[in-house]
Design a protein. Structure first.
Length: 217
């Protein structure tokens, strides 16, 4: 079973997640935390595979909690479920060690899928988080929260490839070697089950990672 700790300052969120996840035989909710102190106390007793965490709560939790916990409990993986739409905060918490990030608008399927992926140390970002990362405008009333099992770097490479940039130009822009860019592309194609850069561009357009206007003819 996947051991899970739910860490969220809001009682209704904790209660809702507890009820949602308790029906899944693969999940074992070992504790709930309302603040950082409670979370650290639980971690001394349990070593969960997944910590469902919302850092966006003044005086309860913080961005710094993720980095501190990852140093003390490296085998526990963070799944962030938050309403925070700050691009810099999202980057910071993922760089601090969070594996996955969902918004609080995501549905049951996204949450369950994210838990399974996070437990296996696989990144899981929902569509709206990708939108924020690539600075795509979220249209009013849009409720699509399709999941992408892609890293931030892979998402960035897809977008630049769709713009018509070569591997060499992408490498220079991202301060990577050309070989590293090709490796990322190979991994992207494997994940998306596609075989060419052209298919990658089509995928980027169809899934809103880039608009047709952003493409280079």
């Amino acid at each position: 079973m996947i051991k899970i700790i739910i860490a969220d300052a809001q009682y209704l969120v904790r209660f809702g997640l507890q009820n949602l996840l308790s029906t899944n035989k693969d999940f074992n909710i070992v504790g709930e935390a309302e603040n950082s102190k409670e979370l650290f106390s639980l971690l001394k007793q349990f070593t969960p595979e997944v910590i469902i965490f919302d850092y966006n709560s003044e005086e309860k939790f913080s961005l710094e909690d993720v980095e501190a916990i990852k140093k003390l409990y490296p085998t526990s993986n963070f799944l962030i479920i938050s309403a925070d739409a700050s691009k810099s905060n999202i980057y910071k918490i993922i760089e601090s060690g969070a594996i996955s990030f969902l918004t609080k608008e995501c549905d049951k399927e996204e949450i369950i899928g994210a838990i399974y992926a996070t437990a296996k140390k696989e990144k899981f970002l929902c569509h709206k988080v990708i939108d924020i990362i690539i600075e795509k405008h979220i249209h009013e009333g849009e409720d699509n929260c399709k999941a992408f099992n892609l890293s931030l770097r892979e998402t960035e490479i897809i977008k630049l490839t769709a713009k018509g940039w070569t591997a060499k130009i992408i490498a220079g822009h991202l301060f990577l070697s050309t070989h590293t860019v090709y490796t990322h592309k190979k991994n992207i194609m494997k994940k998306l089950k596609i075989n060419s850069s052209s298919e990658m561009i089509i995928y980027a357009i169809q899934n809103g990672l880039i608009s047709k206007e952003e493409m280079v003819a």
